[in-house]
Design a protein around this ligand. Structure first.
Ligand code: HEC
Ligand code: HEC
Length: 447
């Protein structure tokens, strides 16, 4: 595979030709028939009715009684008003019986997850230039291969919904107002076998996420103007799109593959995200969240070449988030992009310095948008402080994180950064085409 080069742009236009406007139908091969229409659904036509099993799943998804605390549903962390991502700015959420147990990772959005293939160490990399590698699976470490498998985890995790057993979950569903619907779908004796009933619960949660068009509305400006060609992006947005694709500037498209790939190649990469001291587990010096090689995922623990790798997330609706990366360490889109731009050229603003002397007044060219805002004289920057040195070779060398020397010129200009933010904002669902045509939005991203 190493010699197989296929320019991204050509791949994309071929795919676009084949799919035309049937966005939803084309991009998601493993859907139920009812959901195939989704790409075409607009606000004026009623969404297709959910199947009975998906209706059960919808009830389950919003049912707070399914948690040990009685106060937490799937939607508490995956809020529909926030693209099924976190409703707050916490790096990790609090769960468990008393809602006081912090999690280990930031909550991902549940939108546009249907294309997720099962995890494999040798998945085909759709960028066409890389050999097959680790890819697929749900969550930051791909440890669930299906949405049903995934749904079992939060129900039973002691820092999420906190149920002590599968049977405990089944008992709660048996007592729920929608128990008759559950029995209608899974048979009148469905509650008698706890294992089967629990499997039914996770199957229903999967059906809901697969069928409800709200998990993939394709209603962003990008979808309307770029994919469906109903208008044009503004000049700053178009410039931002160019930065996104440009292998010498953003190069974002090489991992966050756009369009039909939902802005992720489904692959894993170690990009050296700084350690987040706000995560309680990180108080222990010896604790490291190494993604694919554990500790949450257990089957790849011996695979040292996978340590530090996390799944490339979708960038759809990313502008609606308040925390970014697997550990929620960044708090704005601008900060994320600046990290990509200056991780190597200014590591001192992203990672702590040991042994230096803090300056009361930073020099005028010391950037203040980083995680570290104190300038040090001397000392040693603890670059890649969330990855043990044995795994540093796993860090991905791709642009814009190409390992260039400290204090050298970063790949993106100030203009590029501003434009890139404008482009990423076009990926937010709920764009109002009619209103935009009457009076285009104002602000930094207009012509
Ligand atoms: C306490 C907050 C919380 C609750 C409650 C919760 N989740 Fe999650 N969810 C998360 C976090 C955090 C992750 C990422 C986990 C990881 O990478 O280890 C996640 C990941 C997922 C994913 C994988 C998404 C992806 O990008 O691959 C799915 C699907 C999901 N959750 C569905 C559910 C369902 C269904 C429920 C209810 C049964 C639920 N979640 C309840 C926090 C939560
Ligand atoms: C080498 C592949 C690669 C490249 C190139 C890349 N990314 Fe990423 N991106 C990732 C991975 C992997 C993560 C998750 C890393 C983690 O959390 O440890 C990520 C995470 C993100 C996130 C956080 C999203 C969230 O939901 O928390 C944003 C935003 C993002 N990337 C934007 C960009 C932009 C903009 C560019 C171009 C300037 C870019 N990425 C280039 C692989 C890449």
């Amino acid at each position: 595979m190493r010699n197989f080069r296929f320019p991204t742009r050509i791949t994309l236009s071929l795919v676009a030709l084949g799919c035309g406007l049937l966005l939803g139908a084309c991009s998601e091969g493993n859907e139920t028939p009812a959901s195939k229409e989704v790409g075409k659904v607009d606000k004026t036509t009623a969404a297709p009715a959910l199947s009975a099993v998906a209706q059960v799943g919808e009830k389950l998804f919003f049912d707070k009684a399914l948690s040990a605390s009685g106060a937490m549903s799937c939607a508490s962390c995956h809020d529909p008003a926030h693209a099924y991502g976190p409703p707050n700015a916490l790096a990790v959420q609090l769960g468990g019986a008393h809602l006081d147990k912090p999690g280990l990772r930031a909550v991902p959005s549940l939108r546009y997850k249907l294309v997720t293939p099962a995890y494999s160490n040798e998945l085909f990399d759709p960028d066409g230039t890389e050999p097959p590698g680790p890819g697929g699976g749900f969550s930051w470490d791909g440890r669930a291969n299906t949405l049903a498998e995934q749904a079992a985890q939060p129900l039973l995790s002691d820092f999420e919904m906190g149920n002590i057993s599968r049977e405990a979950v089944v008992e709660k569903v048996r007592a729920a107002s929608y128990a008759p619907l559950f029995l209608e779908v899974f048979g009148s004796r469905a509650f008698e076998d706890g294992v089967k009933a629990f499997a039914g619960i996770t199957q229903a949660l999967e059906a809901f996420q697969k069928e409800d068009p709200d998990f993939r509305p394709y209603s962003s400006k990008f979808d309307a103007y770029v994919m469906r060609g109903k208008g044009t992006l503004t000049v700053p947005e178009q410039r931002g799109k160019a930065v996104f694709y440009d292998p010498r500037r953003g190069n974002c498209a090489s991992c966050h593959i756009p369009d039909l790939n939902q802005f992720t190649d489904q692959m894993y990469a170690a990009i050296g995200v700084p350690r987040n001291p706000a995560i309680l587990a990180n108080a222990a010096d010896k604790f490291y969240d190494l993604g694919l090689c554990g500790p949450l995922r257990e089957d790849m623990k011996p695979e040292r070449s996978l340590c530090g790798m996390f799944k490339t997330p979708t960038l759809r609706n990313v502008a609606t988030r308040s925390v970014f990366f697997h550990n929620g360490v960044m708090t704005s889109l601008e900060q994320v992009i600046r990290f990509y731009n200056t991780r190597d050229t200014n590591p001192e603003i992203w990672y702590p310095t040991k042994g230096g002397k803090p300056q009361t007044k930073p020099s005028s060219d010391f950037p203040t948008y980083g995680l570290i805002t104190t300038q040090y004289a001397g000392g040693k920057v603890q670059k890649f402080n969330d990855l043990p040195t044995a795994y540093l070779e796993n860090i991905d060398p791709q642009m814009p994180l190409d390992g260039r020397a400290a204090a050298s010129k970063p790949p993106m200009s100030e203009q590029d950064i501003a434009d890139l933010i404008c482009f990423l904002k076009t990926l937010t669902d709920g764009f109002d085409e009619a209103a935009d045509k009457k009076q285009p939005a104002s602000g930094a991203c207009v012509n």
